[in-house]
Design a protein around this ligand. Structure first.
Ligand code: SF4
Length: 129
């Protein structure tokens, strides 16, 4: 039997909960002040998820990187895998806000979009002398 301390992030009260269980089975949750906390604790125990935030490279832009995030939380265990995928991505400037980087990550229905714009870098003007 394993015990895990989880802080509830569902509301600002931030209850500190103790979850008891084994692998995919939760046998008890204590410390939650409402049922939403118990639900959150169970899903965090079995498969913790996080909204992924990172950045990708931009070619020809006024900035070399643009920030991105997942459209929904993804399993925390796959975060490093996503970062590795994003490392290989190059977007061409101009980059729009909410531009799609991945439409359907791992066939999970989760997308990855940009959270900023990057304008195209102007090429230096030539003088005619
Ligand atoms: S257990 Fe309920 S009261 Fe406590 S932080 Fe979670 S949602 Fe809020």
């Amino acid at each position: 039997m394993m015990e895990k301390i989880i802080t509830c992030t569902v509301c600002p009260q931030g209850c500190r909960m103790t979850v008891t269980g084994e692998e995919l089975h939760v046998s008890g949750v204590t410390g939650n002040k409402c049922p939403r906390g118990a639900e959150y604790a169970q899903s965090e125990f079995v498969c913790p998820v996080r909204t992924a935030t990172s950045s990708v490279r931009v070619e020809g832009g006024v900035r070399p990187l643009v920030s991105v995030r997942s459209s929904r939380p993804i399993p925390a265990a796959r975060m490093a895998e996503l970062v590795e995928l994003l490392r290989g991505i190059r977007l061409e400037a101009p980059v729009a806000m909410h531009q799609v980087v991945f439409e359907n990550l791992w066939n999970s229905g989760v997308g990855v979009v940009t959270t900023a714009e990057v304008a195209k870098r102007r090429s230096p003007q030539t003088t005619g002398c």
